[in-house]
Design a protein around this ligand. Structure first.
Ligand code: DAH
Length: 342
């Protein structure tokens, strides 16, 4: 009995020490304590069996089991201490904020290329003293056509395929009607530009049913074609570069007389001829002219005192030429890969 117990104690010590050496965490350490030192534990059961020994055998076995118990207890206490410390270190390391890490960048929005182009156009004119006005996109026949010298049976109306809406209204086909609103509400001198959306029944690579124009109007004493040429040449040079060639070509509009179209040297080929300028070396970028007396009469501006010029340009067309974009629909698809390039 005694020898068996002593042997059991020796085995128990070896096994317990090996087990403790392999304990990975505090919960495994607790399981180990329960296994050996708990109320049903192996050490406890040997202690309980001491009573079955003779009084002579008891002290030796008792001493051995008590030594084993103390060693186990102190090793367990050490181990628990070490494990607790390591676990704390780990959790502190895991939770620590590393303030040296770069922050996560949020994507910044950008202005749409058409807005950028409109702003650029307006900036050039405001730098020359023009102010900015806006007019309604839903118009009457009077403002869109009649007051601009386009009577009901005028063939020019066929040129503009109009969106008519109920109640005798239409979506303006150009920004020129803003000229009428402004002259009705303000006496000369007038020096202003009018940006905005316009609508036509048109849809292909270079036409959209909705697009944008910037209109301009200058009315003052002794305004002549020289003023028109000066202002619009300055605009072209600031918009497309001071070296670009600019030419004024006679044209016709019902609301100007004389009328002209302004061409710039092709920005794609530099004037030598390419597909974009249809081999001409020139690109048409705006229409203009001296305000027709018929228009002044409609808004009761005295033509003996005042004269003026007007012009109108397409924002999409200017942006397409400036950035070499070959399909107008790209502006309205809102594909980030396209928009991010500007
Ligand atoms: N309204 C014309 C268009 O949409 C453009 C235009 C031409 C405007 C000549 C003007 C002008 O003010 O004088 O095609």
């Amino acid at each position: 009995m005694k020898d068996r117990l002593l042997q059991e104690i020796a085995v128990l010590r070896r096994e317990a020490e090996a087990e403790l050496a392999a304990v990975p965490d505090t919960s495994a350490a607790e399981a180990c304590r329960v296994k050996y030192l708990g109320r049903q534990g192996l050490v406890t059961s040997i202690l309980k069996s001491l009573k079955d020994l003779s009084p002579e055998e008891r002290p030796e076995v008792g001493r051995e089991i008590n030594i084993a118990k103390e060693i186990l207890e102190s090793k367990l206490a050490d181990l628990r201490e070490r494990l607790k410390h390591a676990e704390l270190e780990r959790s502190v390391a895991a939770q620590r904020l590393d303030i040296t890490l770069p922050g996560r960048r949020t994507k910044r929005g950008k202005r749409h290329p058409l807005r950028q182009t409109t702003r650029e156009i307006l900036q050039i004119f405001t730098d020359m003293g023009f102010s900015v006005h806006r007019g309604p996109e839903i118009e009457t026949d009077y403002y869109n056509f009649e007051a601009l010298g386009v009577p009901a049976d005028h063939p020019a109306r066929d040129m503009q395929d109009t969106f008519y809406v109920e109640g005798g209204y239409l979506l303006r086909t150009h920004t020129s009607p803003v000229q009428i609103h402004v002259m009705e509400n303000q006496r000369p001198p007038i020096c202003a530009v009018f940006p905005g959306a316009v609508y036509r029944r048109d849809n292909d690579v270079s036409h959209s049913p909705m697009f944008h124009q910037v209109e301009g109007l200058m009315v003052d004493r002794n305004i002549s074609m020289r003023d028109l040429k000066g202002v619009l040449s300055t605009f072209c040079h600031r918009m497309f570069g001071s070296g670009v060639g600019v030419r004024f070509r006679p044209s016709y509009f019902p609301f100007t007389e004389p009328s002209a179209e302004v061409d710039i040297q092709c920005v794609i080929c530099g004037g030598s001829g390419c597909r974009v300028c249809k081999q001409s070396g020139w690109l048409e970028i705006l229409g203009c002219g001296m305000v027709d007396p018929v228009v002044f009469e409609k808004v009761k501006v005295d033509t003996k005192k005042w004269s003026g010029f007007a012009f109108g340009m397409g924002v999409e067309r200017i942006a397409m030429l400036k950035y070499a974009i070959n399909d107008i629909r790209l502006f309205y698809e809102n594909d980030m890969r396209f928009l991010e390039q500007f």
